[in-house]
Design a protein around this ligand. Structure first.
Ligand code: FAD
Ligand code: E1W
Length: 483
């Protein structure tokens, strides 16, 4: 086992005198950019942030991205370091578990954790970003809107920014650039022009579309508000997260290409729809009426939403390098975009911010700080990228399958019997801040154990608990405290 004590330490506050007065230029005032700016500005740094869009506090939030996000313990832990947790929590809706909507119409609320201390929180992306922008400015960071990074001269240390409203270009001198400009990062592209990042993108072959459930006639939620709703249907699925004003954002995940009926009369593989056969609102309505009838009734503007909202693509971005010596570094989606099926992209990006701030506060040598940041975070990013992909299969295919349910039951029982050793992987990822790589490694050991112990069984009647206890103790060392 790697050393579990490598959990990122709390950030020092107030600033160390010899570090104060340093300057940083951040590209992107999204979730990671705003949090990193806050962390460093609060510790005495001079921070400028350049954002291509206008100020969302004035313009209202532009449609098109996932409207709400699940915030988990890792994200909250990072927000606490910036004193931002309370302001963010004021905007959230608690989600206690997943509400599974089965194909036969019945519902099942599967709790995420042991009690209400183990829950996740739905937050509107725009509101969250607003809170973080306010806190960043209060801490003294300067945010420059309508500044789209276009190109970088790394030798002269000049970054060129364009303004989407007109054709003006501004040249800005920088010491160090931080790329918090998301999955389509312009800084990453500029860095790739001068060094080898070894960039690979793996597209999932599935895309997503967002739809809305409005409040009911009384202004209240139309389905259980304190849950993340899931409609698993094999090759495709829908989810819905609550918003604090009584709405839900529904996301349809569907393959890009349909699997046609092979004409053999054979049911395997089943024909399944795709974005190439469900191409307009009317087809989407018919598809929903057939496969998600309870949801369909609650989405009056389904045709309009389907026709007007963009279709988002999903994939994983891998880089072998996140920094160009002491001059530039990438964080968040710019460094490691992932599929959204664990709800951890933002949570991971927030952890990146704390880790990078920590390394920058440890040393004045930025090459060393960036190398240390990459060494700490790259293995963890790879781990959550993998777990997010695995969770897709679990969500779509297994939440209603018998073997999975038996393994989950046994896992829960072993977790009760061995609270210091056995923690379901979902809980390690969602309710702790142990490094993702350790959650992945311990999760693999636990999975193997559950497979062995449930092999050839359909119930836990007559189960040999003594043998199981001995196996747990032999294979899973106690978890460190304060994870
Ligand atoms: P972003 O939030 O994308 O911010 C990038 C910022 O940079 C933006 O403000 C953008 O305008 C700006 N920018 C871009 N290019 C430039 C440029 N050239 N110059 C200047 N500025 C620029 N994560 C979770 O934790 N929980 C969830 O439940 C969850 N659900 C998701 C659902 C879906 C469908 C998707 C697609 C993602 C989901 N995520 C979730 C992941 C999450 O959205 C991302 O991981 C997170 O937004 C990454 O933050 P970021 O700051 O790196 O990038
Ligand atoms: C969470 C977009 C998104 C966000 C999420 C989750 C899922 C499925 C999706 C994972 C989960 C919160 N999940 N939920 N239930 N089982 N796994 O926990 O954020 Cl698709």
């Amino acid at each position: 086992m790697p050393n579990p004590s490598s959990v990122a330490p709390e950030l020092p506050l107030p600033p160390r005198v010899d570090d104060a007065g340093q300057h940083l230029t951040i590209v992107g005032a999204g979730l990671a950019g705003a949090l990193l700016a806050t962390l460093l500005a609060q510790r005495g740094w001079s921070v400028d942030v350049y954002e291509k869009r206008g100020d969302l506090r004035e313009l209202g939030y532009e449609r098109g991205r996932s409207i709400n996000l699940a915030l988990a313990e890792r994200g909250r832990h990072a927000l606490r370091q910036a004193d931002a947790d309370d302001a963010v929590m004021a905007k959230t809706v608690m989600m206690r578990g997943r509400m599974v909507h089965f194909a036969d119409g019945h519902l099942d609320l599967q709790r995420y954790g042991r009690d209400d201390s183990e829950v996740i929180w739905s937050v509107h992306r725009g509101e969250l970003n607003e809170v973080l922008l306010n806190i960043a400015e209060q801490a003294g960071a300067r945010i420059h809107f309508h500044h789209r990074l276009d190109s970088v001269d790394f030798d002269a240390r000049i970054a060129r920014f364009g303004d989407d409203r007109n054709d003006t270009v501004r040249e800005i001198h920088f010491e160090t650039l931080v790329g918090a400009d998301g999955a389509g990062s312009s800084l990453r592209q500029a860095m790739a022009g001068v060094c080898e990042l070894d960039e690979r993108s793996e597209f999932l072959g599935h895309s997503y579309k967002e739809l809305e459930i409005p409040p009911g006639p009384d202004g209240g939620f139309q389905i259980e508000p304190h849950a993340l709703h899931i409609w698993p249907r094999g090759r495709y699925m829908c989810i819905a997260l609550p918003n604090d004003e009584g709405t839900f954002t529904v996301t349809l995940f569907l393959p890009n290409h349909a699997v046609p009926d092979d004409g053999s009369g054979n049911q395997r593989p089943h024909p399944a729809p795709g974005f190439d056969t469900i191409t307009n609102g009317a087809q989407a309505r018919a598809f929903f009426d057939r496969d998600f009838p309870d949801a369909s009734k609650l989405i009056p503007a389904l045709e309009h939403d389907f026709d007007h909202n963009p279709t988002g693509v999903l994939g994983t971005l891998y880089l072998d390098r996140w920094h160009l010596d002491h001059r530039a570094v990438l964080i968040g989606d710019a460094a490691h975009a992932m599929v959204p099926f664990h709800g951890q992209g933002m949570n991971c990006a927030f952890e990146d911010c704390v880790a990078l701030a920590h390394h920058l506060l440890q040393t004045t040598d930025r090459n060393e700080a960036f190398a240390g940041f990459q060494a700490e975070r790259l293995p963890n990013a790879r781990a959550i990228q993998q777990m997010a992909l695995e969770n897709y299969l679990e969500m779509r295919d297994h939440v209603d399958d018998e073997d999975y349910l038996l393994q989950r039951e046994l896992g829960n029982r072993l977790a009760e019997r061995h609270p210091t050793r056995f923690l379901p992987r979902y809980s390690m990822v969602t309710f702790t801040h142990m490094p993702y790589a350790i959650a992945l490694e311990r999760g693999d050991i636990q999975r193997q154990l559950l497979v062995e112990l449930t092999h050839d069984r359909t119930t836990l009647d007559g189960f040999d608990w003594d043998a199981a206890d001995a196996l747990v103790e032999a294979r899973l060392p106690p978890l460190p405290e304060n994870i």
